[in-house]
Design a protein around this ligand. Structure first.
Ligand code: PAF
Length: 522
């Protein structure tokens, strides 16, 4: 029998926090009646990150504030001994099972409440469960204040809850990361849920029509690249649910991140449904993506973009597109042809019939070829570095290479790195990051890189001046200046290890793209 510490009071919780040392604390809040979905969250939460195994705390608290009148608060399954067993087997270090008075010292009616924005409660479950998400947000904030975790783990199954809590954490500036995991399903396709216990065997058979109807709609949506119509998808799902004798609460198509209703599939859409089955209310959804994700990583030279972007792309199974390498390759060709890099009229003819190819070689190394020459190494020389800005500033160059990059990205599924990827090349990228570092830090990295590659290393002050000068040129030029896209997240990498930067990128990606839609890395 596996045992694990059981914590009942805030005092016990604090003592455990202190005794457990300073390893990161990962937290999985639940209402108990644990199932495989919770176990998956716990297993994932317990996985080492950067070589450190986090401490994992699971809470079990059936929160009265999130149940409406006539809902199942009284009969919600409670089985703490079993929960303790399952949590320990999945890798939890302690279970926090507070009494009502620990969470709501003056009673639940007297607690200060969080009010979730109306826009996030108007649709889906918010429609038929008024006050539910305020109750969820309130208890989670209270739990977070007590536990003070570094990372909060939630399931994608309760998608609206996830969107709401992500917003609450952002709006209140709570200092933690939120990580969501794909829905875990039973063999019949039904998402694992504590409420599945209420189903009789006959109801369970009927209930499987819920994931079935949504999966069929997903197939239908896939077959329509221009964006399937909401009305048709919803009607088809309703027909299937009604045929299975599952009274429908709602079937809706909404934007996945804002939950606004959609007329047709667009970007990342969520087709969600709730049905009644016997005395239970069941929910499920599918995520529909118009194309595989595109990530845009922009930023100034020498911020270490290439190394982290390549590793990040490999980790997520995305294609890596180094747009800077394309400008460098062209610069190499311009130099080889003896053409003045600053003269647009001399550079323009070289663009005709240009054969510029990127391919992935050994160890995810990107190979670059121009007009039949492999220039992978040559484009990293100081001579090319010195003139790439001038070549890349010509409108004709920008146009030709942007067109090629857009063609390469037409089917999605890539991470593109450069200066104007999020603004000019892929303005509709799903996730945009502006990766940068201070001039001092970039000069230090550049010196290190030159040293390692056997080139002469100029004094740091000289490197700093030339980096600052290049930043100025790049951000003030008339054509495609280096600018942070409005919807990009700035990431300053001073003092961060490569692994730490990759982890932040994965977190940012995950805030935008559900695991269900693009699985891994685990
Ligand atoms: O998803 C749940 O189990 C609950 O809504 C949560 C997040 C534990 C809050 O009570």
């Amino acid at each position: 029998m596996v045992t694990m510490q059981m914590l009942r009071s805030a005092g016990e919780l604090n003592r455990w926090r202190r005794e457990a040392g300073d390893r990161p604390l990962h937290f999985v809040p639940t209402m108990g009646a644990l199932h495989q979905g919770h176990q998956q969250l716990l297993q994932r939460a317990a996985q080492p990150r950067a070589g450190v195994r986090p401490r994992v705390l699971v809470s079990v608290f059936v929160n009265p504030l999130q149940f409406g009148p006539g809902e199942d608060f009284e009969r919600y399954p409670r089985d703490l001994d079993r929960d303790q067993q399952l949590a320990a087997a999945a890798g939890a270090d302690a279970l926090f099972a507070p009494a009502l008075a620990v969470i709501y010292p003056q009673g639940e009616q007297e607690i200060t409440r969080i009010q979730v924005p109306a826009s996030l409660q108007r649709e889906l479950c918010g429609r038929s469960r008024p006050g539910h998400f305020d109750g969820v947000a309130t208890v989670v904030c209270r739990l977070l204040a007590l536990v003070r975790p570094d990372r909060l783990w939630l399931g994608e199954k309760d998608w609206q809850q996830l969107v709401v809590l992500r917003r609450v954490i952002a709006d209140l500036g709570l200092p933690l990361q939120l990580q969501a995991c794909a829905t875990v399903r039973d063999r019949d396709g039904l998402p694992c849920s504590s409420r599945n216990r209420y189903l009789s065997p006959a109801e369970r058979l009927r209930a499987a029509a819920l994931p079935g109807a949504l999966a069929a709609a997903r197939l239908e949506a896939w077959a329509q690249p221009a964006g399937a119509e909401a009305e048709r998808l919803i009607a088809a799902v309703r027909r299937r649910l009604e045929a299975a004798d599952l009274p429908v609460d709602y079937v809706q198509l909404v934007r996945a991140h804002t939950l606004e209703p959609l007329q047709r599939c667009q970007g990342l859409s969520l087709l969600a449904a709730a049905v009644h089955c016997g005395s239970s209310r069941l929910i499920d959804h599918v995520v529909l993506m118009s194309r595989p994700p595109i990530v845009a990583i922009d930023g100034p030279a020498g911020a270490g973009k290439s190394t982290v972007t390549r590793a990040f792309a490999a980790r997520l199974g995305l294609i890596y597109l180094d747009t800077g390498a394309m400008y460098r390759a062209l610069t190499w060709w311009v130099q080889r042809q003896g053409v003045d890099p600053a003269a647009a009229s001399a550079v323009a003819p070289l663009l005709e019939g240009l054969d510029l190819q990127l391919s992935t070689g050994e160890g995810d190394q990107q190979r670059v070829q121009i007009n039949g020459h492999d220039v992978t190494e040559a484009i990293r020389s100081p001579e090319v570095t010195a003139q790439v800005s001038a070549v890349a500033a010509h409108g004709c160059v920008r146009e030709a290479l942007t067109r090629q990059q857009q063609a390469m990205g037409a089917r999605g599924g890539l991470v593109a790195e450069g200066r104007d990827v999020g603004t000019a090349v892929f303005p509709d990228a799903d996730c945009k990051v502006f990766l940068t570092a201070t001039v001092v830090e970039r000069a230090r990295r550049r010196a290190e890189d030159l040293r390692q590659r056997g080139f002469p290393v100029p004094p740091l002050a000289e490197l700093e001046a030339s980096i600052a000068e290049r930043d100025h040129l790049d951000s003030t030029r008339a054509v495609a200046p280096l600018l942070q896209a409005e919807d990009a997240v700035e990431l300053v990498t001073d003092g961060m290890s490569i692994e730490a930067v990759i982890e932040v990128l994965v977190d940012l990606f995950r805030q935008r793209i559900p695991e269900e839609a693009w699985p891994g890395p685990h």
